[in-house]
Design a protein around this ligand. Sequence first.
Ligand SMILES: Cc1ncc(COP(=O)(O)O)c(C=O)c1O
Length: 353
Amino acid sequence: MNISGLSTPALIIDSKKFRSNANRMAELLSGSSLKLRPHYKSHKCASIARWQIECGAIGMTCAKLSEAEDLCDAGIEDILIANQIVDPAKIRRAADLARNCRLTVCIDSAENIAAFSKAASLCGSTVHCLVEYEIGMKRCGVESKEDVLSLAKQIIKSENLKFDGIQAYAGHISHVEDLNKRKEMTAENYRKLKDLLDYLKENGIDVRTVSGGSTGTAEIKAAEGLYTELQAGSYLFMDAVYRELSLPFENSLFLLTTVVSAKEDLIVVDAGVKTCGVDQGMPAIYNENAGEIVASEEHFQIHGYRGKAKVGDKLLLIPGHCCSTVNLHDKIYVLDGERVTDRILITARKIGR
Ligand SMILES: Cc1ncc(COP(=O)(O)O)c(C=O)c1O
């Protein structure tokens, strides 16, 4: 089939750009001690996760239990849930999942350690733990090195748990456009983390894993040497927001739309917030300039469009945020030039944790 045969809005990837992003990441990390543990949330496709492992990723990162279950079903053996699981029923599910894969969870409270130890003991599994350190994003994690030490010691003493190390995700740095500012903030992050790691070492704690990082900090982290794992996700697809950072990756994910109305200086396409994630920013038009884009459920109103478009024409958008866009679709069409060569199912698109 040709691209013109696709019913819109349709999510598509340019296979050459997609593969070149994967190669670029491999090049960035080669020679550094940082290993890739890509984030599943960006594509949620079991087949892409399997391919990333074949290409050398040490395992997958994911955001929630349902994604971890999907990865395990797909045969992925080493899975990190980069979040806290606190609901008792989910802790039981996670402990059960740990019988079939090497499962790591993030921990930031003593109660959660006790609950995981009990659940894992009951089902005879081992759950690996990273203590989450709050490094400036103001999301989850404990804020003092004394608290990290105390949780690490508790995990080490707990039955059926294994202390692997630290998660320190500095998400507040990822989208800072100015590279120098990003470097400055990363250096600050480095000092804080180094201080924590030295403190844990002085207290006899063996930290094997330090996990974190994103597409926006991959280049800097590869040169840095403290983190052992990089959790980048968006690098495969990129999006309109990451495009502004001049990273060494190119946009490979697009939303194919149809122009449904064309007036002087305003065109409207058949995609809106129900098919394109705008939580981090508006989409951009591929290879064209435009002014303000206004979103509604099923439309984007594109003001100041400077290309030539008439009703019925197809228009390629670069999604504002790739991860939340993928979550709105069931499949991604793979394109080689104009030719549709494959269709990838978004297997973990399920709502819920
Ligand atoms: C815990 C965690 N790790 C890593 C990432 C990096 O993702 P990306 O490379 O898509 O910016 C995210 C993004 O939200 C995240 O929440």
